[in-house]
Write a protein that binds this ligand. Structure first.
Ligand SMILES: Nc1ncnc2c1ncn2[C@@H]1O[C@H](COP(=O)(O)OP(=O)(O)OP(=O)(O)O)[C@@H](O)[C@H]1O
Length: 264
């Protein structure tokens, strides 16, 4: 059902752009540059994996790119619109609801809502028409057309993550961000979820950005960005799991050498 790479629509335009993004945590004297000048441009209709050693800034990159947090410096554009520099949480939330979908490692479904209610929630929150037919269509696409009235607790982990994917896609966002979306799944469910993310890119023109620790998961992407110490240090196009794993091993060695040399 899910091929590793399928021919698809040619991508047009830019979905995500970061210009010199820095994110500093901590107070004076105790500062950590979680991101240290990251610039990138991802075309629309592409699937990108973000990898790097622990602490390299992957989650911070996702948070800043997805408007869950604001960079200390630099600019972020989603679908040509700049992430609002002012306006507080409400403005950030509005920005996200219009352009962005999320899939988290722990699914984050609301336990008291049915599958359909979970999927229509983003439409409701965005003040859009609660289109149950649309929710049914997206849920059918992810293979859950027969589970519409179930509660999340009545589903397996893989099925719950498929609900989360349907919820992320229902608003037809420009970019879908995944933070370890297969991290809590068994191999078979993980492959299904990766296949669905791939399909949302190939068939429906979404742009997917996924943080992962797993070279096999990364191999489903069109390209992999490698982070180390808050900087982009590599880019692999048409990745295989073996090539990704090899890069990661070298990266971990390099980071260790640099830390030893710097005495940290
Ligand atoms: N809220 C915070 N306050 C202070 N420092 C933080 C905060 N969040 C992250 N950091 C630091 O920023 C750096 C990057 O963290 P980040 O979580 O982005 O890395 P990561 O690559 O996602 O790591 P992992 O693979 O372990 O999840 C780390 O040194 C981390 O300790």
């Amino acid at each position: 059902m899910f091929g590793r790479r399928q021919a698809g629509p040619v991508s047009t335009g830019e979905a995500l752009r970061l210009e010199g993004v820095r994110k500093i945590y901590g107070a004076e004297g105790n500062r950590v540059a979680a991101l240290d000048g990251v610039s990138l441009s991802l075309p629309s209709g592409t699937f990108t994996a973000v990898m790097g050693p622990s602490g390299s800034g992957k989650s911070t990159l996702l948070q800043c790119a997805a408007g869950l947090d604001r960079p200390t410096e630099g600019r972020v554009f989603v679908d040509g619109a700049e992430l609002v520099a002012e306006g507080g949480e409400a403005a950030l939330t509005r920005f996200r609801r219009q352009r962005i979908g999320f899939v988290f490692q722990r699914f984050n479904l609301l336990p008291t809502l049915t599958v359909t209610q979970n999927v229509t929630l983003p439409l409701k929150l965005a003040g859009r028409k609660v289109d149950r037919a649309k929710a049914r269509e997206v849920l059918t696409r992810v293979g859950l057309g027969d589970r519409l009235n179930h509660l999340p607790s009545e589903l397996s982990g893989g099925q719950q993550q498929r609900v989360a994917i349907a919820r992320a896609l229902v608003t037809e966002p420009k970019v879908v961000f995944g933070d370890e979306p297969t991290g809590a799944l068994d191999t078979r469910s993980a492959r299904e979820v990766l296949g669905l993310l791939q399909e949302s890119v190939r068939l429906y023109g979404r742009t997917v950005v996924m943080v992962t620790h797993d070279p096999v998961a990364a191999s489903y992407a069109d390209s992999v960005l490698f982070l180390a110490d808050g900087r982009l240090v590599g880019h692999l196009i048409s990745p295989t799991a073996e090539a990704v794993a090899e890069r990661m091993t070298h990266l971990a060695d390099e980071v260790e050498h640099q830390r030893v040399a710097a005495g940290v």
